[in-house]
Design a protein around this ligand. Structure first.
Ligand code: AP5
Length: 220
């Protein structure tokens, strides 16, 4: 396992949109804890059903549930050249767990990129989001709709709206972000591991900013 790249930012910052493209570009896996939990929920595993109850309300799942899942995923051979973490860590306890895990593996601190966006942009992005339940492609009815109405461009499946992209759950997710995840900015800043990227503007321009930033910092 090589150095880990973390995409940090509020719900709707564009972490998933960017991580998919940047991971492809860098040839490393994109690991989204939200996607892992949603997949478990679709398969109706005990983890998935317990997580779904929390996720649909906009609450975080417990640290002791999500951290071992990430540990197992990062131990797989496809992560030996690195990986992008999207949605993890999102509490100080998760960041400490990850740090200890990387230290045991003889690796340094992860490189953390905080994607900054305005609050207004986030709400519009989340309410307009549609996702392909099969390939995970992300769309937006306002900014990036599928070419055919509600049909995924990639595989022709019907796109869906996430259960937590409603006003009540968005409010709770933003509160959870402010309370539990925002302190990570300071945490990683103190470790000199934090980079900032402007997440406003066209997705392609943001991808360019991200790629140039991680290359400047000798990632890969
Ligand atoms: P998760 O799936 O991680 O959701 P999130 O953090 O709320 O982030 P989002 O997926 O909503 O936003 P994003 O930044 O990826 O934005 P996206 O690229 O999709 O987590 C869901 C739940 O799982 C949590 O609430 C929790 O319950 C649980 N969970 C997951 N990880 C956990 C953990 N570590 N600990 C505990 N619980 C955990 O973009 C959003 C929209 O904007 C899209 O429509 C997109 O097309 C559009 N868009 C993107 N970029 C642009 C742009 N530049 N301009 C215009 N539109 C854009």
């Amino acid at each position: 396992m090589a150095q880990i790249l973390i995409f940090l930012g509020p719900p709707g910052a564009g972490k998933g949109t960017q991580a998919r493209v940047v991971a492809r570009e860098l040839g490393i896996p994109h690991i989204s804890t939200g996607d892992i939990l949603r997949e478990a929920a679709r398969k109706k595993t005990s983890l998935g059903l317990a997580a779904k109850a929390k996720m649909d309300k906009g609450e975080l799942v417990p640290d002791e549930v999500i951290s071992p899942i990430v540990e197992e995923r990062l131990s797989r051979p496809d992560c030996k050249e690195g990986a992008i973490l999207d949605g993890f860590p999102r509490t100080i306890a998760q960041a400490k767990f990850l740090g200890a895990m990387l230290e045991r593996a003889g690796l340094g601190e992860p490189l953390v990129v905080n994607i900054e966006v305005t609050c207004d942009a986030v709400v519009k992005r989340l309410t307009g989001r549609r996702t392909c339940p099969v390939c995970g492609e992300i769309y937006n009815v306002y900014f990036n709709p599928p070419r055919r109405d509600a049909i995924c461009d990639r595989d022709g499946n019907r796109v869906i709206q996430r259960a937590d992209d409603n006003e009540d759950a968005i409010r709770i997710r933003l509160q959870a972000y402010e309370h539990d995840t925002l302190p990570l900015i300071d945490y990683y800043q103190r470790k000199n591991a934090l980079l900032q990227v402007d997440g406003n503007g066209e997705p392609e321009a943001i991808t360019e900013r991200l790629l140039s930033l991680v290359k400047t910092h000798d990632y890969l």
